[in-house]
Design a protein around this ligand. Sequence first.
Ligand SMILES: [Zn+2]
Length: 178
Amino acid sequence: MSVQYPTSFMFIAAMNPCPCGFYNHPTIECTCQPGAVQRYLNKISGPLMDRIDLHVEVIPVNYNELSDKKKGESSKTIRERVIKARNIQEERFRNIPNIHCNAQMTTKMVNQYCKLNEECMETLKMAMKKLGLSARAYDRILKVSRTIADLDNSENIEIKHLAEAINFRSLDRENWGK
Ligand SMILES: [Zn+2]
């Protein structure tokens, strides 16, 4: 049976890149048999993968970087940027009931609020073809581009925002494991 609960949640998951764990490792070679990496990734169905907004490949950090005392951006600064972006989205959907952020947009809203210029359109078309992306991934890319542009306080989606969003679809790519 299926049950619906009134909830809003964030789903975060992690997996190894392949059975041996070293696929794409900078110094250690992956010892998986041909096809094993693709089979391993295929355990997660495409439609499920499509629904995950951000795919982030995490490569190992070497000792020098780990022990580096240089400080990155603080959580406080990032938090402020996120709050600003959420406010932009609240304002964008002010007149639409039950929609508060980009992730909740319907396909129709995506067309309305995620307009791309010519250059971006060409780039997205090329990426879709080259990376073999689905229609669902297409909507995700536009929504994520819109959010990246909001975080950048940019009214329009620019090519750098779109490129970053495309990068977050690394596991859709048919060439993973080839
Ligand atoms: Zn491997």
